[in-house]
Design a protein around this ligand. Structure first.
Ligand code: MN
Length: 322
């Protein structure tokens, strides 16, 4: 998806300064970003309270929305740079098309992983014939400096490893690795992205990596994680230094666990781009509006998304600000 904020601000993040060296529990409210019509997304990262979790630098949670009589998701061609987009569905389907010529229909449990490298563009739409409910998350992973200018690529993984736990707990590892179970998706830094289904009555301890920082997002229900109740619309940041994560759900719940090694490099983010300087962002914006650097998405009936106006700001990385 595109960053749908019409007036995106420039965000500086990365570096270890804001990463606690111990477990914490910070419940951080997201921000509602209108998507047009009756639809909206919950922006859970970056927020004023937290800008990255490992290399994860963007989390939008949308739905479940009843789109039975609506077109559903209609995101025209837009560019990306310096990041990977991780498309994850809990309900419905999304048709992906990109400037490499990839076409894929994503459904729940399937990973759509687009590595932008230096430049790519894509469009995402609910297919004309679609299910009643659309529910999912759009996640971005910042690429390390050594990989951020690689050639763009698209990976579609319909089958992912599943781990099970006591009482019917079920986890799908869609990025990285947890407790020896690894996603087939290509990752460029040590991280994990996992979808967890907690049946009613869950009491479990998930083994995690002490060197990683972690956060969880509730997709449905109100699970308790590390003793804190978390509901859709908030992100629970968990810090580092944990070897296990206590999961509890009196009623059925679904959540995302996202974590990784704290991202050492300082980055700047604006709109759909991750870079190291404001100059690079400015050049990328100009290239999207005036050149074919980001390629062309064929098969999409409509115009590409114009870039928003770039704010007049000093655009240097300045470390993580809390
Ligand atoms: Mn996108």
């Amino acid at each position: 998806m595109s960053n749908l904020d019409r007036t995106p601000t420039l965000v500086s993040c990365g570096g270890r300064a804001g990463v606690p060296g111990e477990p914490v529990t910070e419940l951080l409210a997201g921000r509602v970003v209108p998507l047009g019509g009756s639809t909206e997304v919950r922006r859970l990262l970056p927020t004023l309270g937290r800008r990255m979790v490992g290399a994860w630098c963007f989390i939008d949670h949308y739905g479940p929305d009843d789109i039975e009589r609506e077109p559903g998701m209609q995101v025209p061609p837009h560019p990306h740079m310096g990041l990977q987009t991780v498309s994850w569905l809990r309900g419905g389907e999304v048709l992906h098309r990109d400037s490499l010529g990839s076409v894929a229909t994503l459904r729940p449990g399937m990973l759509g992983l687009m590595t932008s490298g230096r430049a790519i563009s894509h469009a995402e739409q609910s297919p004309r014939e679609h299910g009643r409910y659309l529910h999912g998350a759009q996640l971005w992973v910042a690429l390390p400096d050594g990989d951020r200018n690689i050639a763009p690529s698209w990976e579609f993984h319909p089958e992912l490893p599943v781990v099970t736990g006591p009482g019917g707990l079920r986890g799908t590892v869609f990025m990285g690795e947890v407790d020896g179970t690894a996603s087939p998706g290509t990752a460029y830094s040590p991280l994990v992205g996992m979808d967890l289904t907690l049946p009613a009555g869950t009491r479990a301890e998930l083994p995690v990596e002490p060197d990683f920082e972690y956060a969880v997002v509730a997709l449905s229900g109100a699970p308790e994680v590390a003793g804190v109740r978390v509901e859709p619309g908030s992100l629970l940041y968990l810090g580092t230094g944990r070897s296990g994560l206590a999961l509890r759900a009196d009623d059925a719940a679904d959540l995302l666990l996202l974590g990784g090694e704290p991202f050492e490099e300082e980055i700047v983010m604006w709109w759909n781009f991750v870079a190291r300087t404001g100059e690079e962002i400015s050049q990328a914006r100009k290239a999207w509006m005036e050149s074919d650097r980001f390629g062309v998405v064929s098969g999409y009936d409509g115009d590409p998304v114009p870039a928003p106006v770039l704010p007049d700001l000093p655009l240097k990385p300045r470390g993580r600000v809390r």
